[in-house]
Design a protein around this ligand. Sequence first.
Ligand code: ADQ
Length: 749
Amino acid sequence: MDGSNGSTTQHWLTLARHTPLGILCDLDGTLVPFASTPEEARPDADLIALVNMLAKQPGVTMSVVSGRPKSWLEAFFPSPSVFLVAEHGAARRGMGAWENVGELDPTPLDALAITIEQLALRHPGALLERKQTTVALHYRNVPRGRRGELLIEAYGIIDTFVARNPSFERLEGVLVTEIRPASVKKSSAVPWIRDLAGASPRLIAIGDDVTDEHMFRVASATDESIVVRTAERRRTAARWELDDSNEVRSVLRWIHGVRAGQTPLPVVLPREVRQPAPSSVAASHDLLVVSNRLPDLRHVEGDDGERKRSVGGLVSALEPALRSRGGMWLGWSGKTVSSSEPITTGIAEQDESSGVQLAWVDYTESWYRNYYAGFCNGTLWPLFHSFPTRVEMSDAGWSAYREVHEAFADLAAPHTSSRATIWAHDYHLLLFAHVMRQRGHKGPMGHFLHIPFPALDMFAMLPWAAQLMDALLDFDLLGFHTPQHVANFLSCASALLPAKVSDDVVKHRGRETHVTAMPIGIVPDAFQESPEPAVVEEIEGMMRTLGDARLVLGVDRLDYTKGIPERLQAFGRMLEMFPEWRGRVSLVQISVPSRADVPLYAEQRAMIESIVGRLNGEFGEATWVPVRYLYRSYGKQQLAQLYRSAAVGYVTPLRDGMNLVAKEYVAAQDPEDPGVLLLSQFAGAAVEMQDAVLTNPYHIDGMARDLDRALRMQRDERKARHTKLLATVQRSNAVTWAESFLDALAACR
Ligand code: ADQ
C-alpha cells in the first residue's frame, strides 16, 4: 500500500463504496500519458474497457471530462453509459445525446487559427490543433531552447486577439497554450454530474492540467479531487495527488474491485497533497526573479474596459523562462503604507494565463523616502550615471537600503528552495545575494545591472563602496550591458577589495564570481506589426499638424540622464547654422512622466518646457511649429507608428546603460525607406550600433551638424546602415538575452 496509512485506506474504502458515486476524469495526462503529438495520445483497449466497466457498474456515474473535440471522444467511448464532456465543457453528452453549453460564437477563431498555423510552420515541432470552440498551439516537440522565441511570438498574436475578443482567453496547459471561450470551464461538469448521479452523491474529480483546477475548485467538502503531478509542479486546489496515468488507472481499477465486492489490495492510493502551506507551495519554485517593480502579468481591466496586458521588454524576455520553470517574481507592489501600519507582504495565486506566481512587499513611507527616492534614485542612479554633483548621500539612505533587502529576503527565503536559481535586477538589489546567502541560500544567484557601472573615481565616492562590492561578490554571475561597464567593475573590485581579479572572474572569500557583458535586446516583432487603423489615424492626425515638415523624434522617460535639454538646444542650433531647415523639419519630443515627485525631476521638466517655449518663440512661424513637446505615455503600437514616421530617431542620452528606444526605432523602420538613428556615443547601445550616426551630446554645435547630416542622408546610405542595425537588433533580442543569462548562470556551477 505504498505509503498509505490505515486511515487513508479507510477513507478511500468508504468513498469507493459510496452510492451514488460520480467520477469526473480528465483524459490527456490523466488517463492517457502524453505523447509527441495529440494524435498519438490515444486511449488503449485496456483503458476503454476500464472506463466502460466503471460506467456500467451500479451506482456509478462515469464521465470523461476533456479538452478534446466531441468526435475524438465519441470514437473511443461510443457507449452512452459513459458521460462525455468535450472542449473543456463547451459540449457534453449525457444519455447518448450531445448538447452545447452556453451560447458561443467561435467565428473569430477562424482567422486566428490561420495565423497560428503559419506561426507553427515557421517553428519546427510546433503544432496547431483546431477544435470547434478552441485553438491550441502544442509545443512539446519544439526543442527546449527554441520554445522562448515561439512563445514570445505566439503571445503577441494571442494577446492582441484576446484584447480584441474579450470573450476568449489564453490558457496554459502542459506544453500547450490554448485560446478558448472565457466563460466555458470544466467546472460546469461538476454540478452536471452531481445532478445525473442521484441523491446525495459523492464525487471524485481527477486531472493534471490547469483546466482541471476549475473542477477541483468547485468540488464540495464531501467530494475528492486528485491532481496528477506533472514535471511542472504548481499550486493546486486538489486535496490528493498521484504520480501518473498508471496510478490513476490502478486507483480506478481498485474502486471497481471494491464495489464489485472483492477486497483487492491497492497497489497505490492517492496521497495527500503537501498543501496549502505556503512554504511548501513556493518551495517548488526553482527560479526566482527579483526586481524593484513587479510586472503586471495578469489580464486587467483597463480604464476603457479593454483587457490589457503588460508587454514590457523585461516581462516578455523573462516570462517564458519563468513559465517553463514554474517561477516566482518578487518585487515592490507599488504601494506605500504609512509607518504606523504593518508592512504587508503577499503572494498572489499563480496566474493561470502566465503560470508565474507574484510575491510582493509594500514599502513604508520611510522606505519610499530613504530607500527608493533616497539611496536608489538619489545616490546610486546619479553616481552610476556619472553625475557626481547630483548625488545625495545619507546614513539613513544606506540603512534603509539594507533594511529593504532584508524585507525582500525575508519574503523570498521561506518560499524558495535553497537550491533555486535566483536572478536579481538592477541597482535596487545589489545586496540581494548577500542577504540570501546569510539565510543559507545555496543555489546559483545572478544579477543584471540595467544602468552603467561607473569608473573607480566615481564609485569610490560612495562611503559604502567596499561593502557594496563585497556583497556583490556573493552573486555567481554579474551581467552588464557593455565591456566598458565590466572593465569598470573589475577595476573597482581590484582596488577596493583583497580580491583576485582576472578578465571575467573575481575570486574573493573562497568564492568565484563570473562577470560578463550581455547587452539586453527588445522584442523586435512588437514594433513591426501593422498597427490597428485607429492607431494609424491617431498618429497621422499628429503628423498632419506638422504640415510638410519632416519629423525628428525624441522618446524618453523624463530623466536628466537622457539629455533632453541638450537635444533641444542642438535642434535650435541647427536651425541657426542651417536656416534652410526652417519650416522643413519639426522636433517632436515625447517624455513619459517619471519620478515626478522628486524635486530634481520636476526642475528638469520645467527647464525643458522653458527651452521649448524659447525655441518656438524664436523660430516659430504661423504655419510651422519647430518643437512639439508631449509629456505623456504612449502604447507600443502608437510608438511604433511614430518611430516609422520619423526621418530621424534622435536618441542622445548623456549616459545610458543601454537605451531600448534606439533599438525600437530601428525595428520599426520601413526597410525600403528607413529613417536615420542619431545616437549618443554614451549610450550602451552605441557599442553594438556603430552603423548609427554617433554623436556627442555634450557638444551642441557638433550635435547640430550631426543632425543636419542625418537629415541629408541619401536613401542608399540609409538602407545600408539600417540593414546592419536591424540584423543586430534581431540577433540579440530580449529572449536570447534572458536565455543566455540563465545558461551562463547555470554554467557558473
Ligand atoms: P530606461 O532608463 O527606462 O531603462 P530605455 O532603455 O530607453 O530606458 O527604455 C525606456 C522604455 O520606455 C522603452 O521601451 C520605451 O519604449 C518606453 N518609453 C519611453 N518613453 C515612452 C512614452 N512616452 N510612452 C511609452 N513608452 C515610452 C533602463 C536603463 C536603460 C536600459 C533599460 C533596459 O536606464 O539604459 O536600456 O533599463 O536594461
